[in-house]
Design a protein around this ligand. Structure first.
Ligand SMILES: [Fe+2]
Ligand SMILES: [Fe+2]
Length: 221
């Protein structure tokens, strides 16, 4: 053990022991005067010695709070913020779906029926995004906000009542770029705080990016 004194030499008598003990006491006094007994620095743990261990207390806590559904102690304090972000995205998707739907019906008979058809495809994809987001809000224990009165106020993207095809495409491209920017910011904000929501937003973002590419090509032609 580290506190054990070294064994005296076989031939040393009691007087030698006393000298040895004094020498140790002197060394300790000198070290104390320097500012305390100096300890050998603890050897740094090698990477192999570091362990990945689970928080068993949190696992036990997960057995309670059943009304929280999928939200366990690991989730952290971000739930309300993430639900709020998702509800704003839900409003954005609903407005985008309404705008594309309106463009689909009013663009019929204009120069490009193919684009009018594509507006309907986008409208349905935006509505599918709204459904995905609403489902996730419920999984997080929140309430999806479909209240029509506040939709345009809560949406990041605007509604549009253009009458010509080019203005419709422009309005949709602006809205897609707004959605892309807001989803990109959300992904950065959420990070590893909620990997399921982040993956959902990444999936939606990829579709918005393809919408924007398509609209830009139409605008260029
Ligand atoms: Fe969308
Ligand atoms: Fe889109």
């Amino acid at each position: 053990m580290s506190g054990q004194l070294p064994e005296p030499h076989r031939n040393s008598g009691p007087s030698n022991n006393a000298v040895h003990a004094r020498a140790i006491a002197q060394d300790e006094a000198t070290a104390a005067a320097k500012g305390g007994l100096e300890k050998e620095p603890a050897p740094a743990k090698s990477k192999a010695a570091q362990r990945l261990v689970l928080n068993l207390k949190a696992i036990e806590e997960a057995k309670r709070g059943l009304d929280q559904g999928a939200v366990t102690p690991h989730y952290g304090p971000w739930r309300n913020d993430i639900i709020e972000l998702l509800n704003d995205s839900l409003a954005t998707e609903l407005i985008c779906s309404l705008r594309y739907r309106r463009h689909h019906f009013t663009a019929e008979g204009l120069s490009s029926p193919k684009i009018a058809e594509e507006f309907l495809v986008h409208a349905n994809e935006e509505m599918a995004h709204a459904d995905m987001i609403a489902k996730r809000i419920v999984e997080l224990g929140g309430m999806p906000d479909f209240a029509p009165d506040s939709l345009t106020r809560r949406s990041h993207a605007g509604y549009d009542e253009s009458k010509d095809l080019k203005s419709m495409i422009t309005a949709n491209l602006i809205a897609e770029r707004v959605a892309i920017e807001s989803y990109s910011q959300m992904i950065a904000l959420i990070g590893d705080k909620d990997s399921t929501t982040r993956r959902l937003i990444e999936e939606i973002l990829a579709v918005e990016q393809s919408h924007a590419e398509e609209l830009r090509d139409w605008l260029a032609n």
